[in-house]
Each structure stands twice: as C-alpha cells, then as structure tokens.
Design a protein around this ligand. Structure first.
Ligand code: PRP
Ligand code: ZN
Length: 285
C-alpha cells in the first residue's frame, strides 16, 4: 500500500497549525516529540519535519509528495510545484523596513542602497518592477540586525506581529507581498498517491469551509420571515420551523464569517430574537 508523504515545518510559525490541520482532518499521530518522521495510525500518511526553506525543494524532488509552507518561502524557491490550497493560517507579509530614525519618503529611498534579506529572488523582482536599483545582501537568518551592525541600509523580511522589527529599532515602510500557509504538491504523483491526496484534500476543504462559516439559529416574527430569509442564504435555503409561540418561527442557517456582524445587525433590525451563533466543525457539500 502506498503512503502519502507530507513535509511540514519542524519548528516555527507554521508547525503547530500544520499538525493541527491534519488533526482536524481526523488524522492521528502517536505522541512523542523530537522525531523527524511520524507515521499516522489511521491514514496512510507520513509526516516529515523539515526546515521550512527545504520543504518546496523536497516536494519538487519527490522526497515528499506534498508540503505545507509559507507562500513567501514557496515563491522564493521558484520551483515547479503545484499550489493546491491556501490554508488560511500563518498570515504575514514580506516587507521592506528601515531604521525608525530614517526619514522615509518612498521606495526611491533604496536607490543605490543595500538591502539585507533571505528573499533575494522575490526582492529582486520587486525592485525591478519598482524601477529601483539597490544591491541585495543575502543572509539566511537574523536579518533584522543587519542595519544596526552596518551591513545594510534596510531589510526585506517577514513581518507578522511586527514585534521583531520593533525590538530591533526598525519600521516597516513598504509591503512587497502578503503571504499565508499553502499546501503544495509534486506535479507528477502516481495514481495511488493521487487517490490518497484527493481524499486528504476533500477533508481539508471541509475543515476550511467550516472555518469560514458559522451556524446561526434565531427566532423570527413570521411577517418578517421572507426578508430575513433573503439575507440568510444558507447552504441551500434556511430551515424554518414553527415555534410554539404563534406568529414566530425558528430559523437555522449558515453564514460567512466575514459577513457575520453586518448580517447580525440587519437581522436585529428586522426583529430577529434569540440569535445563537455557533462554530461549525466540518462542512461537507
Ligand atoms: C520571520 C522573520 C522574523 C519574524 C517576524 O521569521 O524573520 O524573525 O518572523 O515575526 P513578528 O513580526 O511576529 O515578530 P519566520 O517565521 O519566517 O522564520 P524563519 O525565517 O526562521 O524560517
Ligand atoms: Zn526558515
């Protein structure tokens, strides 16, 4: 029986969330940290724990079949692998930053200057697009100390909470790209592995769909039902059940997380009462 091999970050921003996603897909692993390979007990999958910078390469070379990696790292690797899904966690941006003392007026500040980064490929492309000539100093880690030790005039690095920049006396001045965790795959999986991948993808999609949505339950006056239903699309259409109280119905539906507060306001304005909103664990179409 063939097994799917998935590469994820060993330790870092994406590690825990990557494992959590597999767990939410019902895939269990034996406990015991520190291992570099873990095999699931209930799904034909093996996890390889790697440095995030290596994930894309290993997937391309079929050491792993699929991988979870930051889109920033995938783009920097510039290798022919497929992006299967945006995973909605590990959000960050790749940004240019300079010392907070600098009087920054625009991207032309970097003309003729030196920028330290672990993302030379993406940065070079960006500077070219912007028509700026700057030299790029590649460093693989601790990029944010480069300006203070006189190695560069600025940095191009990942910003998530912004605390790394702040504690190094830097300020973010220009965003190069937005990034989040992506699921990537080798372009030539065999048929058996493809079957397993489809099974896993189906589960991942159900988990992601559920995260974007909320289950909503409310009581509505019958004379406002039609209007209320029109703003609650649901998976097909909302479920309406009569309440013991005459003239009232109970309504069940599903709403998009990002429309949540707008819809709640509209519902209240239409006379909805007893509004209950609950998370959804899985959502299967
Ligand atoms: C990035 C970056 C900073 C940190 C920024 O590292 O190099 O160290 O995250 O996060 P903050 O804005 O929340 O302080 P990354 O997670 O990409 O790790 P790696 O470069 O060691 O793989
Ligand atoms: Zn890394």
């Amino acid at each position: 029986m063939s097994k799917l091999k998935i590469a994820i970050q060993k330790s870092g921003r994406l590690s825990e969330k990557s494992l959590e996603l597999l767990k939410e897909c019902g895939i269990k692993f034996p406990n015991g940290g520190g291992k570099l390979i873990a095999e699931s007990k209930n799904f034909p999958i093996e996890v390889l724990f790697l440095r995030d910078d290596d994930v894309t390469k290993y997937v391309e070379q079929q050491v792993a079949d699929i991988g979870i990696v930051g889109e920033n790292v995938y783009l920097e690797a510039n290798l022919p692998v497929k992006v299967l899904e945006y995973l909605g966690f590990g959000s960050c941006r790749l940004s240019l930053a300079v010392s907070k003392e600098v009087d920054y007026t625009g991207i032309t500040y970097f003309e003729g200057k030196k920028i330290a980064t672990s993302y030379p490929f993406i940065l070079e492309k960006y500077l070219k697009q912007q028509g700026v000539n700057a030299s790029i100093e590649f460093i693989s880690g601790s990029v944010e100390i480069a300006p203070s030790i006189g190695l560069a005039n600025g940095v191009c690095d990942i910003v998530s909470s912004g605390s790394t920049l702040m504690s190094n006396g830097l300020k973010e001045v220009d965003k190069v790209l937005d990034s989040q965790a992506v699921l990537i795959s080798n372009q030539a999986l065999g048929e058996e592995k493809q079957v397993l991948l489809d099974k896993l993808l189906f589960r991942i999609k159900s988990v992601l769909n559920a995260k974007e949505r909320k289950y909503i339950l409310l009581n509505a006056p019958n004379d406002k039902l039609e209007q209320i239903i029109s703003i609650l699309p649901g998976m097909k259409s909302p479920t309406v059940l009569p309440l013991a109280d005459e003239g009232w119905s109970s309504l069940h539906s599903v709403i998009q997380e990002d429309q949540f507060w707008d819809i709640i306001d509209e519902l209240k304005a239409l006379g909805a009462e007893g509004i209950l909103v609950a998370p959804i664990e899985k959502m299967i179409y």
